[in-house]
Design a protein around this ligand. Sequence first.
Ligand SMILES: *Cc1c(COP(=O)(O)O)cnc(C)c1O
Length: 395
Amino acid sequence: MTQRARIYADNAATSQMSEAAKKAMTQTMEDCFGNASSLHKEGRQAAAVLSKSRKIMAEYLNAEPREIYFTSGGSESVNQAVMTGVKFALAKNKKHIISTKIEHHAVLHTLGKLEKQGFEITLLGVGGNGIVNPAELGNAVREDTAFVTVMYANNEIGTIQPLEEIGQICKERQIMLHTDAVQAGGHINIDVLKENIDMLSLSAHKFNGPKGAGVLYCRKNITPERLIWGGAHEGGRRAGTENIPGIASMAAAFEENCLNIEKNAGYILKLRDRLISGLSKIPGAVVNGDLKNRLPGNVNMCFEGVEGEALLLMLDMRGIAASSGSACTSGSLDPSHVLLAIGRSHEVAHGSLRLSLSHYNTDEEIDYITETVPKLVETLRNMSPVWEKIQKNKK
Ligand SMILES: *Cc1c(COP(=O)(O)O)cnc(C)c1O
């Protein structure tokens, strides 16, 4: 077999750093090692990088620089946002929180902890299309509802949620709204003002930035709850010497991606749709999640009678990096909570494959994936007692 270059199609798990992000990181490491809290020249240089990065992050969210808090990534931002929601609830003597069944575990596990502490949590279901119905959210609101957290775009099936409508409901009912926008940031346009978003979480490594850097946007009338106590960094809301190279690199990646959103999305969307239509020819294949309100790079399909993990490993041997769901759930044998929420059976959900594309993917790569997956699905089905049974039952 001739050696071919690897194909990376797992951008929802993490993305490769852009040249702009790498350059910003190495340059900052070389030229700007100071502590942003120091008063001398080196410190002032670091503080200037911090302030420039804050301005960039704010600009492309339609926020103000003072509303941007730097964190270590998506999970930390989400945790801080939820705990800020809790602080708001306690201040108003309320105890009801609304979220969805398709959230990332960063949200679901934090809410699980709160439930044990006496908060009441409603997790909204989604339709077969993987999208929350805003009317259902409106109906779930109670007198004692204080906080809503709904993700912007889903990490497994790529569905984009109706944040503007959700934001409107929360504004009218004076409920605090957070959105986990880790999959959306740098990939689709976000406007926190237009969408009435109070808090929003981002993670740099999901938009071609580095790992270990993230943002919590927090509307100016809200003081985020501290998770980490110590110095007066980040307006006293997040202690710890700032990760200047990571933050500068994140801002460079975000700016570049946001300036190219239309161009990249148009390009990636064509690859995605070609891949979906190619793989849909596989007998018994189903696409998971809405086809229209969907991240440009997300392909998620189920192939009945196939073990997703086995397919993933065989693809890996053929040079294709994919995922069988979210990276956090692989390693466990439970089927994806997102696929179950859109109504897939346990058996079908086990045969899921996620290919998440970026602007670094090429037409030629899509051709190769489209040729390879059907062969592997057939090989696996020929070895599968489950598939044999399904075929028998159909007769
Ligand atoms: C990746 C991801 C997170 C967690 O971000 P980290 O930077 O890995 O902590 C949270 N939410 C969603 C939707 C994600 O995709």
